[in-house]
Design a protein around this ligand. Structure first.
Ligand code: OSB
Ligand code: MG
Length: 372
């Protein structure tokens, strides 16, 4: 396979409702969509990828602008005109570029889509999926108003979502979780701190430990696994790492240290689908449950998440909700929907979804075409 052209665009979509975490506040997103065209044995093929990086460096060090720069000036030149026989080899073409995993993941996804379409295989099949549908949960942002939070939980539980994740932050934690637990004693519930706490907050975590949570996600620093191991030893509730895990090597070290008992796998955070699968394979071999996290993906990245979450080690419900939770009109047809808390895994070739060029075009704020 050889990629001949590469189109980058920033596509801006408004969120259905603002989303607040301990580290950021958003009313709209600007994801980079990537379209590649190439040839496989003279057969023409096309692929789409999504770079789901936030606009600000509050979740991870990258931003939309750094992704654009790295894609435009380093990754595209490394990919254009190079031959590769399997998308697992694409990451090696980017080998000289350190970090910048969100940028790499978006372009690698487009290569997976192009290759799978040329092979006539679905992405799920190519990754080794064993499920035809996945279980999904919802991630709820911080709401100052308790009634608004309760209304959302009520709505999503009614729609059949399998679990609820609440964002927490210092001063917005124990009391909120307690009130939700009192109202929904049996709801599968978990929390995500987005790295807002330190070991000094041990008493807060000891109190959270009493609410029968499925897990506590990324309580401590984004670049830590040592303190997380200390905290995990003090808690009954499993710690799940998100921000701290960028590779299978990171996952192995965190598991060996006892820094977590569960891992949230996000393709974009780990530099692509090949590395995401490697983390999955390691965790499956080590008996560590994983689930598929999200970055408010548009339909393209969301379809990739669904395919990944269909692998056998994804035994916990993920954050892969229907796209209607975030967007009025998604960039693909048909949009990804959850029915009674399950999302069907696309089985058409590649990502298995059709980009809506009219909507993509209407929401594009920047565009560039690159050729080899
Ligand atoms: O920490 O998991 C996170 C969204 C943006 C950045 C980080 C996170 C999240 C979410 C939402 O929790 C996941 C989703 O529904 O896509
Ligand atoms: Mg998280």
């Amino acid at each position: 396979m050889r990629i001949d052209t590469l189109e980058l665009r920033i596509v801006k979509l408004d969120l259905v409702r603002p989303f607040r975490t301990s580290s950021s506040f958003k009313t709209y997103l600007e994801h980079i969509l990537i379209r590649v065209t190439g040839r496989d044995d003279d057969q023409l093929t096309e692929g789409w990828g999504e770079c789901a990086c936030p606009s600000d460096p509050y979740y991870c060090p990258e931003t939309v602008e750094t992704c654009w720069h790295i894609l435009h000036d380093f990754l595209a030149p490394a990919l254009l005109g190079s031959f590769w026989d399997h998308p697992d080899r694409v990451a090696a073409l980017f080998g000289r570029v350190k970090g910048n995993r969100f940028a790499k993941a978006g372009l690698e996804m487009a290569c997976w889509d192009a290759w799978c379409r040329a092979e006539g295989r679905s992405l799920a099949n190519a990754l080794g999926a064993t499920r035809a549908e996945i279980h999904s949960g919802v991630s709820l942002g911080i709401e100052a108003d308790r009634d608004r939070l309760f209304d959302q939980i009520e709505q999503y539980v009614e729609e059949g979502y399998r679990r609820v994740k609440l964002k927490i932050a210092p001063g917005h934690d124990v009391e909120v979780v307690q009130s939700v637990r009192e109202r929904w004693p049996n709801l599968p519930l978990q929390v995500d701190a987005n790295s807002a706490y330190t070991l000094e907050d041990l008493t807060t975590f000891k109190r959270l430990d009493a609410f029968n949570l499925l897990l506590i996600e990324q309580p401590l620093a984004h670049d830590d696994i040592i303190d997380h191991a200390t905290l995990q030893r003090a808690l009954r509730t499993p710690i799940c790492l998100d921000e701290s895990i960028h590779s299978a090597a990171d996952a192995r070290k965190a598991i060996d240290l006892g820094a977590c008992r569960i891992i949230n796998i996000k393709t974009s955070r780990v530099g692509g689908l090949s590395e995401a699968k490697r983390i999955h394979d390691l965790c499956l071999a080590r008996g560590v449950p994983v689930w598929c996290g999200g970055m408010h993906e548009y339909g393209i990245g969301r379809a990739a998440n669904v395919a990944l979450a269909a692998l056998p080690g994804f035994i916990l419900p993920g954050d892969v909700s229907g796209s209607d939770k975030y967007y009025h009109a998604d960039v693909i047809d048909p949009p990804i929907r959850a029915t009674r808390g399950t999302v069907a895994v696309p089985h058409a070739p590649g990502l298995g979804v059709q980009p809506r060029l009219d909507r993509i075009e209407a929401n594009t704020t920047r565009r560039v075409m690159l050729t080899s």
